[in-house]
Structure formats: C-alpha cells, structure tokens
Ligand binder design. Structure first.
Ligand SMILES: [Zn+2]
Length: 202
C-alpha cells in the first residue's frame, strides 16, 4: 500500500511530542507501532484488527482541529502532518492507523486557542478596572503575547529536534510546502481557510 498522509495533534512536553491517548513519545524519523492497549492482551502486530493501536491520523486539517481543545492546555497542543506506511488500517472518512509513521511538518497555528481571538482593547480594560474595581478576567494582551512568544521558541526547538519544517498553515499553503509534501489541493484550500478564520484581528 502507498504511504498515506494524515493530520494529527500531539502534546508538546519537555521539547518532545507525546501521543494523546497512550504513553508514547515520538521518535525522530521512523516510529514503529506496538500495541499499548490496556486491560487486554496486546495485538501480535499493530495496528490490530479490533483494537485502537497504531499511529492515528485524520484525513483533513478541519477534522484535526475539531479534536483540539484549548481548555486542556498546557501541555501545549501542536498540530502537524505525518506519513504512515507499512500495515495501514483505514477508518473510512475519518483517518487511519499505521504500523509505521514519521513526522513531516509542524504548524505554529493554534486556532483552538483563546489567544487567537480578538484581544480586549486596553482602553476597555482600563474602564472595566475603574468601574468594577478589579482587572478584567480576560487575559491581558501583553501576557498572552509573551506566552505565545515563549511557545514559539519551544516549537522551533521541537521542529529542529525532529528535523522537520515549522510553518504557519497560511505560509505552508501559500509557499507550496503542503503541495510539496503531497497534500491534496482540497486540503490545502481547507488549511488556508482555517488559517484565515483563526487570524487575530488588529
Ligand atoms: Zn492493539
């Protein structure tokens, strides 16, 4: 079977990418799945037929984002592209589970994050403080920006560790990185659309 491309999200912890559902830290280059299913006998080969093991990815960036949730951060969530090969279990329109997988690209976008929402103008925050006598519950923009800058440094370090490009969805779509990686045009359009929707205002 031809290698398949998929989108997924990791936890970024200690400069490494960790799977969500199982205790697994991704390696640089090739990753080989073993069955980590709890409370049952491990599959002889992964991905097992009636199991959830193997390296998961979904077909589209939209499906991928639907799984992310800002409330669970930190650990930070990072979105990226993977290639899967070897034995691949296809899950219809959702995605696949692969025996072998490697990271292809990481993205800086966090469209699920509150910090990519329009920020509270400071004049309004000042008015709120005077009127209510305490600062607004919404995080001040400066602190959000500082936190995001620190996050970007961490992302650059992790992309370097895994030796993959780090790009924004918009940049990867516009500069041809996604098509170079073999992403179908429909998904490139979807990625560009998601990036536009998530762009901070002002
Ligand atoms: Zn299994």
């Amino acid at each position: 079977m031809e290698p398949v491309l998929g989108w997924r999200i990791w936890n970024l912890r200690g400069g490494r990418l960790e799977s969500w559902a199982v205790d697994y830290c991704w390696e640089t280059g090739e990753n080989r799945a073993t069955c980590l299913a709890p409370h049952r006998r491990a599959c002889r080969e992964s991905p097992g037929l009636h199991c959830q093991c193997g390296f998961w990815a979904v077909w589209t960036p939209g499906q991928c984002l639907a799984r992310a949730c800002a409330a669970a951060e930190p650990p930070w969530h990072v979105m990226g592209l993977v290639v899967g090969w070897g034995t691949v279990a296809l899950h219809g329109r959702e995605g696949f589970r692969a025996e072998r997988a490697a990271l292809r690209c990481l993205f800086t976008d966090r469209p699920w994050s509150a910090s990519s929402m329009p920020r509270t103008p400071s004049r309004l925050a000042g008015w709120w403080r005077r009127t209510v006598g305490r600062p607004p519950a919404i995080e001040p923009a400066e602190r959000t920006l500082a936190r995001d800058a620190g996050h970007l440094d961490e992302l650059e370090a992790v992309a370097m560790h895994y030796a993959v490009p780090l790009a924004s969805l918009r940049g990867a779509a516009d500069l041809g990185l996604l098509s170079e990686l073999g992403v179908p045009q429909a998904q490139i359009d979807e990625a560009a659309r998601l990036a536009t929707e998530a762009a901070p205002e002002g």
